[in-house]
Design a protein around this ligand. Structure first.
Ligand code: TTP
Length: 393
């Protein structure tokens, strides 16, 4: 199977984390999201990978190189991000025979993808409680009959999970008209395939679309949950590691620190003395978590530093963020309601009672800064000492 992985999007809903980097290259545990996508595709039988790149393409090329998991990798550039059908069109000249299309910002389990590949032409589906927010898949006698986008009265609770096997003929049907949101959508290509072929719906055991910041926490929870304890770095005999904690080579865990898994401490990170790190937390390369700092269920991207006397919960800290001593993140509302976050101008529920903050690359907080739940700070923002930040900046 030839698998096309779409990784050209701007990831606007994931800002500020995607201000400088593509979303598929954000980490989900021990590797970028698209690394998991590609690994699942190869484990499911993909023999060739084509990555559609555009926004931040150099990060994708650096990670994958020209071979991944023993499978050749090629790249096609989508010059402007005009939609998922347009992304596949960029890859069309490289296709010869049936092909799979996967989103580089989605996590799939390999077993389900294997079933999807074997069943082609096929579409991956998941069952959800509120199908009217999705592309709903109508099925009759084991064959897809229709895809209805966000219907008021959904025919089933099976929704499109954004993974497909198309027949080669689909390369002729990629010139679809723009949708209401101004994009050429792969679902319109699928509708054409459904008209011409028997398309089999394949239920996924597990799937996650990582589009918004709190979904990066969910992705981290999934992928850290799959790691087994491994200690290759230097851990003080006065530190305590509980459960599945990975300390990579070159990382240091100093005296008095307690790490409760699942926790991943990547190469050259420095934790402690006297730090408390709770799962599911990913401490990225070169991160510093210092004395009397508690970090819980968070993602710290490379080079972030939380040096002294701080609490960080249910949050994502971008590259080279620096929290001044005493900076604290609130991750729970007093009314107990789910924390909300602004996504492209709309206030959206994270679906989480506990959610902290999302800080872009190189944010620096002054000492004793307090950050309210659901705050986002763009890359490079500074806060004053003693500031209380309850609005996005
Ligand atoms: P989306 O999540 O719909 O788009 P996006 O990644 O740009 O994010 P946002 O909506 O927040 O701006 O895209 C699904 C997948 O398809 C994702 O892996 C990116 C990829 N993609 C392309 O490769 N080219 C495109 O033109 C678009 C729109 C998406």
């Amino acid at each position: 199977m030839h698998a096309i992985v779409l990784a050209a999007g701007e990831g606007t809903r994931m800002r500020p984390l995607t201000e400088t980097r593509p979303k598929p290259m954000l980490p989900a545990g021990d590797r970028p999201i698209a690394g998991h996508t590609a690994a699942a595709a190869v484990a499911a039988g993909a023999e060739q990978l084509t990555l559609v790149v555009g926004y931040g393409e150099e990060y994708v090329r650096d990670y994958f190189g020209d071979e991944f998991a023993g499978v050749p990798v090629e790249y096609v550039v989508q010059e402007s991000q005009r939609g998922t059908a347009d992304a596949v069109r960029a890859a069309a000249p490289h296709l010869d025979g049936p092909f799979a299309v996967l989103n580089g910002d989605n996590l799939y389990d390999a077993g389900s993808l294997r079933d999807l590949f074997a069943a082609g032409p096929s579409v991956a589906t998941v069952r959800v409680d509120e199908p009217s927010n999705y592309g709903v898949v109508g099925v009759d006698d084991g064959v897809v009959t229709q895809i209805v986008e966000k219907p008021a009265d959904p025919p089933t609770n099976r929704v499109n999970a954004g993974a497909y096997v198309f027949p080669e003929a689909a390369t002729e049907w990629l010139d679809v008209p723009e949708s209401d949101r101004g994009e050429a959508e792969i679902t319109d290509v699928l509708a054409h395939v459904v008209d011409e072929h028997d398309v089999t719906p394949v239920s996924l055991d597990r799937w996650l679309d990582v589009g918004r910041p709190w979904e990066l926490l969910a992705a981290t929870e999934w992928k850290l949950g799959a790691l087994d304890r491994r200690v290759e770095g230097e851990v003080s005999s006065d530190a305590r590691l509980e459960g599945d904690v990975v300390v990579e080579e070159g990382a240091t865990v100093r005296a008095g620190s307690v790490l409760e898994g699942p926790v991943l401490v990547e190469s050259d990170a420095d934790v402690g003395p006297n730090a408390y790190v709770r799962g599911a937390t990913r401490i990225g390369p070169d991160v510093h978590v210092g004395h009397a700092v508690e970090v819980k269920n968070s993602v710290l991207l490379a080079g972030a530093s939380v040096g002294h006397l701080s609490y960080v919960g249910d949050s994502v800290l971008g590259h080279d963020v620096n929290l001044g001593a005493g900076t604290k993140v609130a991750n729970l509302r007093h009314d107990g309601a789910d924390v909300t976050l602004t996504v492209k101008g709309d206030r959206v529920s994270t679906g989480r009672r506990k959610f902290g903050v999302v800080l872009g690359d190189e944010v620096k907080t002054g000492i004793d800064t307090s950050l309210a739940p659901g705050v986002k700070l763009s890359g490079g923002v500074y806060t004053e000492p003693n500031a209380t930040i309850s609005r996005d900046r």
